[in-house]
Write a new protein. Sequence first.
Length: 441
Amino acid sequence: MPPRPRMLAAAIAAALALGAQAVPASAAGDPAATTSRGVEIPAFYTPPAELPGADGTLVRSEPLPLALSLPGIDGPLPGRATRLMYKSTDANGEAVAVTGAYIEPAARWHGDGPRPLVAVAPGTMGQGDQCAASMALEHPLRLNGQTVSVGYEDLSVYRLLLRGVAVVVTDYVGLGTTDRLHTYVNRVDGAHAVLDAVRAARSLDSASVTSESRVGLFGYSQGGGATAAAAELQPAYAPDVRLAGTYAGAPPADLTEVTKAIDGSDLAGALGWSLNGFLQTEPALRPIADRYVNEAGEAALKDLSTMCVGDALFGYGGDSSTDWTKTGQSLSDVIRAEPALQDFLAEQRIGDLKPAGPVRVATGTADDLVPHGQARRLAVDWCDKGAKVTYVPVLLPGVGSGLLNHFAPLLTDQGNAISWLTDRLSGKPAGSNCWSMPAQP
């Protein structure tokens, strides 16, 4: 594993490669705003006491300045952004406010049909409100001595905009909004947030997309899990959001397997985000946590609840969950010992339902952070259900760092993934290579 300062430097370098600039926390004070690790969270992100009844209904919106923007004849390039808050429903059936952003592209759409819309589900950003993807569009890099937030997802957003595709980005349940904790990798919460983002974008007066626009979903890592879950839940939850295609890159489809892989890795802090989210969704699991988690574990969970990816890499990279338990057991050991935890994680599994529309599943064969095997199994499960699946094994050598093994396929395959999705948005039929799965790595 690389030394933590080197990992932090790599994260900062990645943001700078996107043209980001360090942005200090605001010193100005909005009396209704809150702060997270020294970053002021605008009052926009505090939900009202009452929410609309219909899922996807806009609660509020405002202009969102893009950090990476140039003046153009017909408006700013690559587009004009709007910050959103919309209503969704969480895994417990409760109304919840979710934030995000819609970007109307300056580029013309040259494909068939009206301008399409892609919902981008961000990869792992963290659990602190300052990590929200909508804020990262305005501040691609935050570095204030207390937090490091890197808007690496901006790259996929801009690549889609340059093709004339409208984009809506979700912040997920609880990321950005100040009323609750982010329910990290929760299957239902993530899927609903993605699908309701589409509804919210189509209702914007300033948006050129309508109910006639083809819709695609794009996500990698946490985002790949969210788009995969959305493709499965769309028929029942959002029949009005018809999907032309879904890209699910490195999806964490089986959290039991992912938990084993992440423990002791560069991104060990994600274990804390997962556990925090599980306890928020299912408070009945709290007595189990109380039996096992020691003082160091409780302190880590509290610390991680306000961290972004850069913070977790620097603060918890390489840590083992055995240091967080009273018994010295790992989190995977605890899961094996507790049927309630096994049942909860079984409910989070993706692949038990047939996805709507064609899907493209990509996974790095050397990915040992979000393990290749469980992502491949998702493709097999969907093929067995008769889905139209394009399975793409990204053949890259392992380099000894779980983080690099996980993120290298993201950059290597991203252009091909966007091209595949753009073809679906243009109305081109999708093929399927399910027949070849027995011979695929």
